[in-house]
Design a protein around this ligand. Structure first.
Ligand code: NAD
Length: 252
């Protein structure tokens, strides 16, 4: 493909999503990727503005859309507007996600529903909304951000683990459904990454978790973004339906 690719990234204002926006737009993975990016966020207008400022010097176009990724109708409108601004869509990164942890005995029904909606329904919403365009052009790269806990389980996170296991199943089903149209669908399963999401943990919890990581440190958002960039690059043209674990060796 020639010219800038066009990417949509959900949850782009902070953490892993922010690093992915920068990776796709500014740095260009392996020298082959340079994308115009539309990112979706639901809080912090100043953060969105800050990213636009940071990236607008890089020569790629960047657009921000405020929307709730779990809302189907809002998604249709948002993706339509993003495709119009970008002039198409080649790449979709389903990154937005939340946690509402509790032991099942104490978990409220709303905590279960909210996490499934934000983490899994959102992946359905955004994938469906980009599909017609990708199928028509016979090209697409979709990367879904899952989690290692979907592979090994985690006490106190039944809602989150179920949502991420669902994301992995959805990834594999879509990879089979879309392969003949040259659309690849892969998942990245991060381990323990330094973001606002893991800020909630106590120092003791953090120290104990780091002890289980062979590489001896928490990951940073860029560790995930680089792998996402690779999966969207031409180097990964023959990879689909895979779950790439990026966790410093925590699970093997
Ligand atoms: N941090 C980790 O250790 C870790 C580990 C495994 C997987 N993950 C996954 O990586 C992804 C990013 O996590 P993070 O650590 O950067 O989290 P984060 O909390 O720092 O950022 C999440 C982003 O998603 C957005 N978001 C959440 N709900 C939304 C909604 N309903 N509509 C629109 N935007 C919404 C937020 O605005 C934010 O920009 C998530 O899917 C998370 O589950 C994170």
């Amino acid at each position: 493909m020639t010219g800038n690719k066009k990417a949509i990234v959900t949850g782009g204002t902070r953490g892993i999503g922010r690093a992915i926006v920068k990776e796709l737009a500014a740095k260009s993975c392996c020298g082959v990727l340079l994308s115009d990016v539309a990112f979706i966020y639901n809080s912090c207008d100043e953060c969105a503005e800050e990213i636009i400022q940071e990236i607008s010097d890089s020569g790629t176009k960047i657009y921000a859309f405020k929307a709730d990724v779990s809302d189907y109708e809002q998604t249709e409108e948002t993706v339509k507007a993003a495709i119009e601004k970008l002039g198409g869509v080649d790449i979709l990164i389903n990154n937005a996600g939340i946690t509402k942890d509790n032991l099942l005995l104490r978990m409220q029904e709303k905590d279960f529903d909210d996490v499934i909606s934000a983490n899994l329904k959102s992946v359905f919403n955004y994938t469906k909304a980009v599909l017609k365009t990708m199928i028509r052009q016979r090209y697409g790269r979709i990367v879904n951000i899952a989690s290692v806990v979907a592979l090994v389980g985690n006490a106190g996170q039944s809602n989150y683990v179920a949502s991420k296991a669902g994301v992995i199943g959805f990834t594999k089903a879509m990879a089979r459904e879309l392969a003949s149209r040259n659309i690849t669908v892969n998942a990245v399963a991060p381990g323990f990454i330094q973001t606002d999401m893991t800020e909630k943990l106590s120092d003791e919890q953090r120290e104990n978790l780091v002890k289980t990581i062979p590489l001896g440190r928490m990951g940073c958002p860029e560790d995930i973004a680089k792998v996402v960039g690779f999966l969207c690059s031409n180097y990964a043209d023959y990879i689909t339906g895979q779950v790439i674990t990026v966790d410093g060796g925590m699970t093997m």
